[in-house]
Design a protein around this ligand. Structure first.
Ligand SMILES: NC(=O)c1ccc[n+]([C@@H]2O[C@H](COP(=O)([O-])OP(=O)(O)OC[C@H]3O[C@@H](n4cnc5c(N)ncnc54)[C@H](OP(=O)(O)O)[C@@H]3O)[C@@H](O)[C@H]2O)c1
Length: 197
């Protein structure tokens, strides 16, 4: 298949790309849980590129580099930051001139063309890591090979929305589902193409 692209989505029940508080949401984990393993740790070996919109990129640059870690942080977060520093990052932006983060580049223009270009380059699999606006574009243009979705048990009612108008329905096949201890759902889907598109 070549380089596979996974879209990562973290959303509330009403589809908002937010990080809400709910019972258990601020639990300090010593080790990676299912959510973290499925979204990240288990992908360290096969994913070599992470694509982000400018807002997500600058947010990650602020809080997820190894420099931002402290010695008290659990090892899995330190490992994640090291991996994110090391992996190739693509920041989509019309405004940013220079990425200001190692192993990164800025790209702009038609998302289908950008994805086609990256897929032709040498490398492993790819994660599209938000935000909601970018992921909606992936859904609209049917660019993702699979979707990993974390659904938080909150109706948030405001903020950027992963769901938006589509010219036709998207049909997804559920590959796996897990329930987390604080009520989040971990859902893994792939698009169903052909007559169900
Ligand atoms: N729940 C989550 O997982 C999650 C994840 C990420 C962010 N968020 C939240 O969502 C909010 C940001 O949402 P967002 O969807 O607006 O952010 P985003 O997707 O990270 O960034 C949007 C920006 O990406 C750039 N962009 C996207 N496609 C482009 C293209 N084809 N060519 C050039 N530039 C392109 C544009 O930047 P320029 O203006 O530079 O052109 C656009 O303003 C934040 O509040 C954040 O906390 C939530």
């Amino acid at each position: 298949m070549g380089r596979k692209i996974t879209a990562n989505l973290y959303m509330t029940l009403d589809g908002r790309g937010a990080f809400p508080k709910y019972p258990g949401s601020d639990r300090v984990m010593k080790e990676a849980n299912d959510f973290w393993r499925d979204m990240w740790t288990s992908r360290f070996d096969d994913v070599t590129t992470v694509i982000m919109g400018r807002r997500s990129f600058t947010g990650h640059r602020r809080v997820w580099t190894e420099k931002a870690r402290t010695p008290d942080d659990p090892q899995y977060l330190i490992d994640y930051s090291r991996w994110l520093d090391r992996v190739e990052k693509v920041c989509l932006s019309t405004r940013l001139r220079s990425p200001g983060w190692e192993n990164s580049r800025v790209m702009k223009g038609d998302l289908s063309k950008i994805v086609a270009k990256i897929k032709k380059e040498k490398g492993g699999n790819i994660i599209a890591e938000g935000g909601p606006r970018l992921i909606l574009e992936f859904i609209r243009k049917d660019l993702a090979d699979d979707y990993r979705l974390v659904m938080q048990p909150v109706v948030y009612g405001r903020g950027p929305n992963y769901w938006g108008a589509l010219s036709k329905q998207r049909t997804l096949k559920l590959l796996s589902s897990k329930t987390m201890e604080d009520g989040e759902l971990l859902l893994h889907y792939e698009p169903v193409r052909g007559r169900w598109k």
